[in-house]
Design a protein around this ligand. Structure first.
Ligand code: NAP
Length: 262
């Protein structure tokens, strides 16, 4: 007897899906049978390649440009996804940016756009998607927070961590509001995942030394790949996870450096 794919007949909207973790999520949800709206901000060619990858494998997908830092564009995204693929059953709030800064060099002009994308954009897209989910009494929302929100000591990540801590508490509060409507809201907190964001400006031997040092701090002795996160999200986005809500699932290979004893 053939196995039914867990997301057959469903529609997923993945924000920031042109590359990195978001593109792996889009491909993974499509493999489970979902039609996938691939949101991006500026890299149209990368988003088109993700769509082509999905459609060539027999799936349905559409690329949707929207800068989530702009409240109007963020709010319009759900309707665009529904017009192209059908009403959204699954929302993955993945889009995010990193801007470095700690207390001593706080720069409002740098930090404000990060907050607008990482926090305000997530709120706007969620608000736009929720009424349809409520009407159908079904929904899965998964947000991307970070181990930064657990409180790491990595220099330059103070205000990025604050945006991700906001995502963690919004996850719990939205879950509280939406549970009675049949909608689960969870978050995944990735550790160090090799993407453009994590690479930043590191290259060559310096980069290799840094990744090896991070790997040493995980129980699994490696850095993560986007698929590590996509697998966890595919479960939380599935009908099988219907009694799991308000949770933050850490996917970091077992980091050992939160509390260091001599
Ligand atoms: P990435 O490689 O830098 O990719 C970011 C994605 O988000 C791109 O698709 C980008 O679109 C999109 N994006 C950025 N700003 C946007 C905006 N204003 N509107 C719409 N789309 C926007 O990042 P990543 O490493 O995959 O990270 C994905 C998520 O995981 C983020 O929320 C990040 O904070 C979180 N995370 C990452 C790590 C890690 O180690 N990588 C760890 C913890 C948490 P364009 O291609 O069009 O620019």
């Amino acid at each position: 007897m053939g196995q039914t794919r867990t997301l057959a007949g469903q529609v997923a909207l993945v924000t920031g899906a042109s590359r990195g973790i978001g593109s792996a999520i889009a491909v993974r949800l499509a493999a489970e049978g979902a039609a996938v709206a691939v949101n991006y901000r500026e890299r149209a060619a990368e988003a088109a390649a993700v769509v082509a990858h999905i459609t060539e494998a027999g799936g349905r997908a559409a690329a949707l440009r929207a800068d989530l830092g702009d409240p109007a564009q963020a709010a319009a995204l759900a309707a665009q996804a529904a017009a192209q693929l059908g009403p959204v059953d699954i929302l993955i709030n993945n889009a995010g940016i990193f801007r470095g800064g700690d207390l001593a060099d706080f720069d409002f002009a740098q930090m404000e756009p990060m907050r607008r994308t990482n926090v305000d954009g997530l709120v706007a897209v969620t608000r736009a998607v929720v009424p349809g989910m409520q009407a159908r009494r079904y929904g899965r929302i998964v947000n991307l927070t970070s181990i930064a929100a657990h409180g790491t000591s990595m220099a330059g990540t103070t205000f990025y961590a604050a945006t991700k801590a906001a995502v963690a508490i919004l996850t719990r509060r939205f879950a509280l509001d939406l549970g009675p409507h049949g909608i689960t809201v969870n978050a995944v907190a990735p550790g160090f995942i090799l993407t453009d964001m994590a690479r930043q400006n590191r290259t060559g031997e310096e980069a290799e030394r840094f990744y090896a040092a991070v790997a040493e701090k995980t129980m699994m002795r490696r850095v993560g790949c986007p698929e590590d996160i996509a697998h966890a999200i595919a479960f939380l986005a599935s009908p099988h996870a219907g009694f799991i809500t308000a949770q933050v699932l850490t996917v970091d290979g077992g980091r050992m450096d939160y509390v260091v004893h001599p």
